[in-house]
Ligand binder design. Structure first.
Ligand SMILES: Cc1cc2nc3c(=O)[nH]c(=O)nc-3n(C[C@H](O)[C@H](O)[C@H](O)COP(=O)(O)OP(=O)(O)OC[C@H]3O[C@@H](n4cnc5c(N)ncnc54)[C@H](O)[C@@H]3O)c2cc1C
Length: 439
């Protein structure tokens, strides 16, 4: 099978069905939710049905709010339904970097919330009985001594915030998790894990509806008119709402000009092998944990419930899709597991996450009542769920924890639309060159 030949999907160019991914092929049956047919009134209108939008909706419904979710395509169509499925604790930048940039208080505030997203996912899966193949345990893999030393610092910093399920691995104990010669060691995180992200999205959507919330698919929001109430415009109707939460992340495009240059879409690709024998899988990934390496442009992989290896990697700034995804990722798979060099690849796809200049998520308020969250910079499975809870707290009149993120300064990408990609590529080249030179 070849990679999905479609050009880069954006809501703007009209792709409205799931990409041809392993996840779409193995998703639980879900209803098609009709487009918004006419003008409506609600308390909270959420734009985007990825993890950010779904988690915000669920937390608000649990607090008794009336909620309507508008999704341009399908539930989980964006990054949330096509990612690596890895529950990664913490943020895209370590707490020491956050402290250097934003100060001690910010590091303390964010550190106290660094493991909450994964806990929320486990709570939701249990409370709403969501079948999404959740498995505990993830590994950060070090390819150099320097990376291993950084993992040791991460362990110390996370333990200081109360994380008690961490274990440093040397080259030998690393082999209890992954049979490859690539790594000098790693860090095991018992509170990490992995799951089928599209099935988590679909389970959360079903829970939203059970709690009385409404979801309209195939409903692109074209404009949010500030006011009291705000008016959310779509092709066939409007939604008047006391609060609006923008959760379009890398796919929001030009919907809200004030957010346009605050994040940059970046694509990353995923392939899935043919099913392999249980013996082979147990040999290659003995503990069934997920793995991500510590490189600037990282590889991430995990076993699936039906004995495949799902392998992701690569980044393309600007969010375009490479013509040959398998050709791009097969060498990385073969470098990790030489015996899989020639195995059949059944699925290959691409998706966009939203990068901020600082790699710290960007949350805030645009007008009275209009909130947003985005920019998890590649580590969003857990942080989206935290963001959902924080937004629900803020809308309920308890903004303190939301403010801990909202007051962190976000910078627009230098160079504007035209130059931001080449400038970021140059920056990434610099960091990768340092990595290769061991600097
Ligand atoms: C290939 C890939 C692998 C990844 N792997 C991991 C991983 O293993 N672990 C991890 O932690 N993170 C990973 N990430 C990042 C993670 O998936 C994202 O950070 C997270 O899913 C973002 O969720 P979201 O809800 O904010 O955005 P999305 O899931 O992208 O959802 C945004 C939704 O908003 C909708 N939308 C946009 N504009 C409009 C509009 N105007 N009107 C209506 N709807 C609109 C879109 O259609 C979309 O469905 C990965 C990302 C990708 C792309």
């Amino acid at each position: 099978m070849t990679a999905n030949p479609a050009p880069t999907e954006t809501v703007a160019n009209g792709a409205t069905e799931h990409v041809r991914s392993y996840y779409a092929a193995t998703a639980h049956p879900a209803p098609e939710r009709p487009a918004l047919p006419s003008d409506q009134r609600t308390q909270v209108c959420i734009v985007g049905a990825g993890f950010s939008g779904l988690a915000t909706a669920l937390h608000l419904l649990e607090r008794g709010f009336d909620v309507t979710v508008l999704e341009a395509a399908r539930v989980g169509w964006g990054a949330s339904g096509r990612n690596g499925g890895q529950l990664v604790n913490g943020y895209s930048r370590d707490l020491d970097v956050i402290e250097k940039r934003y100060g001690e208080q910010a590091a303390r505030d964010l550190g106290a919330m660094a493991f909450e997203g994964a806990a929320i996912i486990r709570e939701l899966v249990a409370r709403y009985d969501i079948a999404c193949g959740l498995r505990d345990g993830g590994v950060f893999a070090a390819m150099t001594r320097r990376q291993l030393a950084e993992l040791e610092e991460k362990r110390a910093s996370w333990e200081a915030f109360g994380h008690g399920q961490l274990e440093m691995l040397d080259a030998e104990t690393m082999r209890n998790h992954v049979a490859t010669d690539l790594y000098v060691g790693g860090l095991y995180d018992g509170r990490g894990g992995h799951l089928h992200p599209l099935n988590l999205c679909l389970g959360e959507a079903a829970a939203i509806e059970r709690l009385g919330g409404t979801i309209h698919e195939q409903t692109p929001v074209t404009w949010v008119e500030p006011g009291s109430p705000a008016v959310v415009h779509t092709p066939r109707g409007t939604v008047r709402a006391d609060w609006v939460v923008l959760c379009g992340n890398a796919y929001l495009g030009d919907t809200e000009p004030r957010l346009r240059d605050r994040v940059m879409p970046v694509s990353t690709q995923v392939i899935t092998t043919e099913p392999i024998s249980s013996e082979r899988l147990e040999r290659l990934l003995p503990a069934q944990t997920c793995v991500e390496d510590c490189n600037y442009i990282l590889d991430y992989y995990r076993p699936t419930e039906d004995n495949r290896i799902l392998f992701g990697g690569g980044t393309i700034y600007g969010g375009t899709e490479p013509a040959d995804i398998i050709g791009k990722l097969r060498p990385n798979l073969a470098r990790t597991f030489p015996e899989l060099a020639d195995c059949r690849i059944d699925y290959a796809w691409s998706g966009n996450f939203a990068l901020t200049l600082t790699r710290i998520p960007h949350m805030g308020r645009l007008n009275e009542g209009i909130y947003f969250t985005h920019g998890y910079s590649g580590h969003g499975v857990t942080t989206t769920h935290l963001a959902g809870r924080l937004l629900a707290e803020a809308i309920s009149g308890e903004p303190e924890r939301f403010e801990a993120f909202a007051r962190l300064r976000n910078y627009p990408f230098p160079g504007g639309r035209r130059l931001r990609v080449p400038l970021t590529v140059a920056g990434a080249w610099y960091y990768r060159a340092r990595e290769k030179l061991g600097l």
